[in-house]
Structure formats: structure tokens, C-alpha cells
Design a protein around this ligand. Structure first.
Ligand code: IFG
Length: 529
């Protein structure tokens, strides 16, 4: 080919390549990855400070999770993050130690011993186009920062099967920390038994909303659910049924310890409750000696309350309680033991008060701090005893006058077994109907006269299971109300507005669906389809 022809051929190739380049650039510009700005993403609980920036970060297959100055627990948070990102992205992100503050990798978890004024549970989350950095004083803060990061990814991140992506996170900085230190839910596994797998699924839901306490109601009239090696009949007999006469069940000590570990890995403290002196028919049926007449009661599968009592005059009963508390306390690293104390209608007050006084000693001797339902305020409360307000403001005020801290669980706001409205088939309604808006529009610090923020340890949402037998029903009653309770426990009341929250909650429809949560589509919420 002569030189002229070569030149015109090369010119054609060049102009062809140039055209291709223009097309590629145009396509990539048009499909430039964009995401909702950080301050327009729906986050629950609402963080204290959100400062959006331009652009977004893109998680890639080669991304790395770095842990700097990390303790083992910080590393565990890295593993947890890698684990929750894997199913939907298909990326198996390695978790590596680094001693460089600006690791080249894409996600850096940084424990800082500077006194960031973020407390033990707060965090700073910084997203740039190049990398994500979560900084905290403690591993719990890193964990909570991970929950917020999770919510900044598209809803599809929650799917358990590989999704197309792209995995974009809007740039910006969040500084955040909780208003209350005790943010919990209670699961009644006595009326109806829930398997360890169910309880772990529930723990995962609590962690997603930055709750940090799971109160397990382990015994009641209908069932005893925790193995006590020194009193084996409690479970072999007392755990053999439930409301409605089903087969019941119980946690072996190994299963219970495994639940405690699972919760601990998610910075959730288990609070074990043995309800007494009332709500004890399962124990009274298991051992005759716990009854004043020495005769074992029959197992009970109904839903009445207030008909049972331990024999408060027998020393054997206090030996029983010490054995039970000792074995459970040894498996429960958290600081609290819940003694119940509610609805002891079969225990005369002159017997109830010395009983509660004596049981507080037993709990203290076993190294734990007492929590009890608000009725225990009629006894002489010891300095570290906390009362859980559920129905009686007068009891609660009595408790505060004795110097007790309060966990706020007003039945007409946070009882998750309360029907939403008269059409709700599940649940009860003795405390009234509790729609999603009513569950959110209240302030724990002003609800009960004489009980202010300084007296309040936090908030807890109990799910009583007289009418709840499975996870789908549990999810329907718990969500979306628990999301609002989590925000009440975390976000300053000055930042909480129903008109803002309901929009954010409405935008969670896709995420709840991606998580497979059977949530109630309340008519009070503008659900985004
Ligand atoms: N009150 C009883 C629970 C349960 C509940 C159902 C407390 C502290 C009604 N005690 O709430 O055992 O039956 O809504």
C-alpha cells in the first residue's frame, strides 16, 4: 500500500476510535452514578448531625475494610460489616489491620482515644468519593455507625441474594450519639415459646435500629423457659406447655449462653426476667414445696393473670430463688436481673413488701442490679434498683422519690401487643389502641409528672405473646412501631417531629420488604411504593 493510502487508512482508524471514545464518554456521563444526597436519605433513628457533601462513594469488589488501632471487638465489627454487605453485593470484603489513619482502602473503622464528645455509643461517619471512615471512642460506636452506613446504601443492600448494584453511598459527614443509654425491647417467651433462631432474628432487628437491650421474660404462669440444673422440673415439666396448650419449650443453658453471645456481638445486653412472686404457676406446678400447702399446682394454659404466688413465708422459696438467680446470673454478663413483681394480686401487700425487700438482697448477692415492674416501688428500694413504668404513675413517682431510675414502658405507647385499631386481629387492647402515630408522638421526659429525663434510664418496648405465636405475627405487631421507639430512645426530642418522621418511615417500605419484615402498613404513614 503506498504512503497516501496508509495515511488515509490511519486517519479512518483514528476518527473511528475517537468516535467510539466520545460515545463511551457520553454514555458514562449520562449514566453517571448518582444517589440521593445524604441529608435526603431516610435514616431511623435520625442522627444528631448530618452534613451532606457532593458526590458519592462506590463500594467495589476490591474494596477493603481496614480496622485501625483496633481491639478484637473493633475487628469483630469489621467482620460483621463484611458479613452484612456480602449477600446483596457478592463482595467478600477482607478485613485488615492498619496503623495508618488514612488507609488507602475504602472503609476504615477507627477507634480513637481522643475524647470525641460522642460518648461510648456515638460515632462519626465520614463519606468521601475515595473512602468511608467510621470513628468512635468505643466498638459499640463503630457498630452503630455501621447501622447508619447500612441505611445509606440502597434498600437492595438488605437482600439475601446478589443484586446488580451499583453500591453508592452519598458523601457527607454524620456525628451522632444516643439521648438515652437504655434502649430496649422485651420478648415474652413464656406465654408462647420462641426458638433460639427466632430470638436471634429478633436481635438482628433490634441491632438494625441501634437498640442495645433485649429483656427476656423467661417465666410466667404458662411456662418456665430457662434450664435450671438444680431445679430440673422447672423446664422438663414447667416448660412443657404454653398458652393454648401447645408444646412450649425452653432454652438449655448452652442455648441461652449462645443467645447472650449473639446479642453481645451486636452490643445488645440481655436482661433476664424471672417474674415473682406472682406469674409463677409454671414453677408452682413443677415443685409442690414452692406452694404454702406443699401441693404442686396444675399446669396452666389460659391467659388470666394475678392468681399465683410463691409462698413468701417459706425459707425454701428464698433458697429456690437464690439457686435460680445464681445459675442465670452466671450466664448473664449484663448488669441487671429483672425480678418482675407485677400483678401479685394473690400476695397480700404485707407479704409482698418483705418478699421484694429480701429478693433485692439475693440479686445483689449474685452481683446484679434489680429491675422490677413499677409495683416494686411499694417496697424499700435499694440504691441500684430500677423500676419499669408500665401502668401505674403513682408507683413510678414513689420509686423516683426513693431515688430509683425509671425505664419507661407506658403500655398505651410502647406495649407492642396492643392492637393498632379495632380491626387488628392479633394482640390485646386493655391499654387502648396504639396506632403508629400515637406510638411515636410522646416524650418520655414529660409523660409522668415528677419523672424527668434525669430520672429516666431509657425506654423499652415489651411484646407480650398471649396472642403471638410466630415470627410473622411478631413482625406485624412490632414493626413499624419499634422503629419509632428506637428513635425516641436515640434522637433528641427537639429533633423529633411526626411530620418528618412519617415521611422517613414511609420511605422504609422498600427496606422492610428487602429485609423480609412483615410490617403493618399503617394508614397514618405515607408508604412509598
Ligand atoms: N400485663 C402483664 C403482662 C401481660 C400484659 C399483656 C405487665 C407488667 C398485661 N404485666 O404488663 O404479663 O399479660 O398486655
Amino acid at each position: 500500500m503506498n504512503a497516501k493510502k496508509k495515511k488515509s487508512r490511519n486517519l479512518k482508524i483514528f476518527s473511528g476510535l475517537f468516535a467510539v471514545l466520545i460515545i463511551v464518554l457520553t454514555i458514562s456521563y449520562c449514566t453517571r452514578e448518582t444517589t440521593t444526597p445524604m441529608n435526603e436519605k431516610s435514616l431511623i433513628p435520625l442522627p444528631v448531625n448530618i452534613n451532606p457533601a457532593d458526590g458519592s462513594f462506590r463500594l467495589k469488589k476490591r474494596s477493603v475494610i481496614y480496622v485501625s488501632n483496633g481491639s478484637d471487638k473493633a475487628f469483630e465489627v469489621g467482620d460483621y460489616l463484611s458479613g452484612i454487605l456480602h449477600p446483596a453485593t457478592g463482595f467478600k470484603l477482607p478485613v485488615k489491620a492498619t496503623n495508618k489513619l488514612s488507609a488507602k482502602g475504602d472503609i476504615l473503622l477507627l477507634l480513637t482515644h481522643r475524647s470525641l464528645n460522642l460518648g461510648d455509643e456515638g460515632y462519626e461517619l465520614k463519606v468521601t468519593k475515595r473512602m468511608i471512615t467510621i470513628t468512635a471512642n468505643e466498638p459499640a460506636g463503630l457498630f452503630h455507625g455501621v447501622q447508619t452506613l447500612r441505611q445509606l446504601f440502597p434498600d437492595a443492600i438488605e437482600k439475601t441474594t446478589k443484586q446488580p448494584g451499583p453500591w453508592l453511598v452519598p458523601a457527607g459527614t454524620i456525628q451522632d450519639q444516643p439521648a438515652y443509654s437504655y434502649r430496649g425491647a422485651m420478648l415474652d417467651v413464656a406465654r408462647h415459646f420462641f426458638t433460639p433462631a427466632d430470638v436471634k432474628a429478633f436481635i438482628d432487628m433490634l441491632a438494625f435500629f441501634k437498640l442495645n437491650v433485649l429483656h427476656l421474660h423467661l417465666s410466667d404462669d404458662q411456662g418456665w423457659r430457662i434450664e435450671i440444673k438444680s431445679w430440673p422440673n422447672l423446664t422438663t415439666y414447667g416448660g412443657s406447655t404454653e398458652v393454648g396448650g401447645g408444646k412450649g419449650g425452653y432454652y438449655t443453658q448452652e442455648e441461652y449462653k449462645d443467645l447472650v453471645k449473639y446479642a453481645q456481638e451486636r452490643f445488645i445486653t440481655i436482661v433476664p426476667e424471672i417474674d415473682m412472686p406472682g406469674h409463677t404457676n409454671a414453677a408452682l406446678a413443677s415443685y409442690g414445696i414452692l406452694n404454702c400447702n406443699g401441693k404442686a399446682r396444675k399446669l396452666y394454659t389460659g391467659t388470666d393473670v394475678g392468681f399465683s404466688t410463691l409462698c413468701t413465708s417459706k425459707d425454701t422459696v428464698y433458697k429456690f430463688i437464690d439457686d435460680v438467680v445464681h445459675e442465670i446470673a452466671a450466664m448473664s454478663p449484663g448488669p441487671w436481673f429483672h425480678i418482675g413483681g407485677d400483678e401479685s394480686h394473690a400476695t397480700p401487700m404485707e407479704d409482698y413488701i418483705p418478699f421484694v425487700n429480701r429478693v433485692q438482697d439475693i440479686i445483689r448477692w449474685n452481683g446484679k442490679k434489680v429491675i422490677g415492674w413499677d409495683e416494686i416501688a411499694n417496697a424499700e428500694l435499694q440504691p441500684n434498683t430500677t423500676i419499669q413504668f408500665w401502668a401505674n404513675a403513682e408507683n413510678t413517682q414513689k420509686g423516683v422519690k426513693q431515688g430509683a431510675k425509671v425505664i419507661m414502658s407506658p403500655a398505651n405507647k410502647v406495649y407492642l401487643d396492643m392492637k393498632y385499631d379495632s380491626t387488628t386481629t392479633l394482640g390485646l387492647h386493655w391499654a387502648g389502641y396504639v396506632e403508629v402515630d400515637s406510638a411515636y408522638i410522646w416524650d418520655p421526659a414529660t409523660l409522668v409528672p415528677g419523672v424527668s429525663k434525669a430520672n429516666i434510664l431509657g425506654i423499652e418496648s415489651p411484646l407480650w405473646t398471649e396472642t403471638i405465636t410466630n415470627m410473622k405475627d411478631l413482625e406485624y405487631m412490632v414493626f413499624p412501631r419499634l422503629a419509632g421507639h428506637a428513635e425516641i430512645g436515640w434522637t433528641p426530642v427537639s429533633e423529633r417531629k411526626w411530620d418528618d418522621y412519617k415521611v422517613r418511615l414511609g420511605n422504609f417500605a422498600g427496606r422492610f420488604e428487602a429485609m423480609g419484615i412483615n410490617f403493618y402498613r399503617s394508614p397514618t404513614v405515607p408508604w412509598k411504593e
